[in-house]
Design a protein around this ligand. Structure first.
Ligand code: 13P
Ligand code: SF4
Length: 308
């Protein structure tokens, strides 16, 4: 079967839109209507007039799309495509934590479940986290969850004293400092760019820190330079496509990692076959409890409003 042809046929037949994250395999990025970072993807999900949103990403992203467009059918090629960061913040424990600090404004990184969003005052993504934190009055104490690495980065950048949840991303904590130093010795004229989910010692080596879209835009603006890219390796597909003459090397992962560079096995669960199957069968669908949607929508809308 010609999967590209069949997926395009189903797209028309079902009035579907395919939204893909930069960490998806190259062929999924190539067939998508839109490829972007978490913020861009949620903006697209909020404004689409398609009947079906096919989310080529991970569960929390598809869930965010469902919260923003509850009347639409939202399908995810593989329901097991989760996120270690989202898993590191269970709702019961988080609710207890927020209740212990009732005077704190709760800012949550979008990489969390709908239940956690429902317990939040405002959501953020890696591309607007600094802006969202700075929108809170200086004297107001803040809880930031679930990513402690992004949280530490924001504290360093803004000087805000935030209470951090102890969560992290297995992919962005897999970079090896030792190997990165060796790689940089081999390529001394390469600049390091990094995603803020990476640990502080990695971020300290970076010329630029930003979201996946931010990193792509930075490379676009400096095409004559060479880069070591410290985020999930799937981003190199789009970077190389848009900047074919720019030299790029993925940052190396630790010895015990399954891949020499950092790959998110959750993102890579989605395949072209599963993409086709979920469109054909309109399953697996993302369902979110209407009571949770009601509470999770406002903190996401607040973020979208501040990101215009
Ligand atoms: P971005 O919003 O920067 O694309 O990040 C998503 C993500 O999951 C990073 O690990
Ligand atoms: Fe989650 Fe990390 Fe994968 Fe992003 S790269 S989806 S934060 S596990």
């Amino acid at each position: 079967m010609d999967l590209v042809k069949e997926i395009n046929r189903l797209k028309k037949e079902k009035n579907a839109v395919i939204l893909a994250h930069y960490y998806q395999v190259g062929e999924i990025q190539d067939i998508a209507d839109y490829v972007g970072d978490s913020l861009g993807l949620s903006q697209k999900a909020a404004e689409t007039d398609a009947d079906m949103i096919v989310f080529a990403g991970v569960h929390f992203m598809a869930e965010t799309a469902k919260i923003l467009s509850p009347s639409k059918t939202v399908v995810l090629p593989d329901l097991n495509a989760g996120c270690s960061l989202a898993d590191s913040c269970p709702p019961e424990a988080f609710e207890k934590f927020t209740k212990a600090h009732p005077d704190h404004v709760v800012i949550t990184y979008v990489n969390c479940s709908a239940e956690i969003k429902a317990l939040s005052d405002i959501v953020c993504t890696s591309s607007n986290a600094l802006k969202i934190v700075e929108s809170i009055p200086k004297e107001t104490p803040i809880i930031f969850a679930p990513d402690k690495n992004l949280g530490r980065y924001i504290i360093n950048e803004t000087g805000r004293d935030m209470l951090l949840w102890d969560g992290s991303c297995i992919v962005h904590e897999a970079f090896s400092m030792e190997k990165l130093i060796q790689l940089h010795k081999k390529y001394p004229d390469y600049k390091i760019i990094a995603h803020p989910e990476s640990e502080t010692h990695i971020l300290d080596t970076a010329t630029y820190i930003g979201s996946t879209s931010g990193m792509i835009n930075y490379v676009k603006a400096h095409q004559d330079q060479k880069f070591i890219v410290a985020t999930e390796a799937g981003i190199l597909h789009k970077m190389q496509q848009e900047m074919p003459n720019t030299e790029l090397v993925p940052a190396p992962a630790k010895e015990d990692n399954t891949c020499a560079c950092s790959e998110c096995h959750f993102m890579k669960m989605n395949t072209m076959q599963k993409l086709y199957d979920c469109m054909l069968n309109e399953s697996p669908q993302i369902e979110v409890d209407p009571a949770i949607i009601e509470r999770a929508l406002l903190p996401i809308e607040r973020m979208l409003e501040l990101s215009k």
